[in-house]
Design a protein around this ligand. Structure first.
Ligand code: APR
Length: 231
């Protein structure tokens, strides 16, 4: 059966108002990622890190999925083959847009993690360094987000999928952060067709067989309609 893997990045949620990281007014132009997205930054200042993710969690809850999210969900239900969405995003807009098979390789804002016992639970709206783990009672709770220098989640599943799909598509990602930025090379090495859908050419644009450029809410629904209406 035909199977495609779609990798998404912040660009797919940009038109839902969640912003991106490396565009001109992106998150990393306002915050030092070393302070808010590394284990060392969390150890130095857990209050600042919780404040950063509490704000993003609130933004996410106030945001709505956009036409790109809902088009990808439609693709999953109407496409003749299987569609696996691997997202670098920590928002839940793919799921709220109706998507089912979503792998969050960088974790999720809706998750909390105990740094001592690895227990996971649904994150409260506001997290703080004084929260205690519901399982081991340690005051060591953190957002269940994969920080720089940490191993992304479910990589075995992702690489297994990349070795057997017939199409790899990257949507709304700048191709700056590995291992996600390396998926296109993995797919090409396995002889898989590759497509980039982005506002502008990414850092890995040269590795894709084909590309379409424009806002995700325009080019993704167009691409999905062509696929599901194809004879
Ligand atoms: N439609 C389509 N693409 C868009 C849109 C849009 N409306 N707006 C921006 N983009 C594109 C940009 O051109 C850029 O290529 O989305 C990409 C966003 O790139 P980044 O901000 O680098 O985000 P991303 O690639 O998801 O970052 C990867 O870096 O900081 C880490 O963990 C973080 O998951 C994140 C990872």
């Amino acid at each position: 059966m035909s199977h495609m893997v779609i990798l998404t990045g912040a660009g797919v949620s940009a038109e839902s108002g969640l912003g991106t990281f490396r565009d001109k007014d992106g998150l990393w132009t306002k915050y030092d990622l070393n302070e808010v997205a590394t284990p060392e930054g969390f150890a130095r200042n857990p209050d600042l890190v919780h404040e950063f993710y509490n704000a993003r969690r609130a933004n996410c809850q106030n945001a709505q999925p956009n036409a790109a999210h809902t088009a990808l969900a439609r693709l999953q239900t109407k496409y003749r083959g299987r569609v696996t969405i691997v997202t670098q995003n920590v928002d839940d807009l793919h799921e709220r847009g109706g998507a089912s098979e979503v792998i969050h390789m960088h974790g999720e804002l809706s998750g909390a993690l105990c740094a001592i016992c690895d227990h996971r639970w649904a994150a409260p709206r506001v997290m703080s360094p004084t929260d205690h783990c519901p399982a081991c009672d340690s005051p060591a709770t953190r957002p269940d987000i994969v920080w720089f220098g940490e191993m992304p989640y479910r990589m075995d599943e992702i690489y297994a999928a990349l070795s057997e799909v017939d199409l790899f598509v990257a949507i709304g990602t700048s191709g700056n952060v590995y291992p996600a930025a390396g998926f296109v090379a993995e797919a090409r090495a396995a002889g898989v067709e590759t497509l980039e859908l982005n506002l502008e050419p990414s850092s890995t644009a040269g590795a894709f067989d084909t590309a379409r450029f424009g806002p995700a809410t325009e080019i993704v629904p167009q691409w999905v309609s062509e696929l599901i209406n194809a004879p």
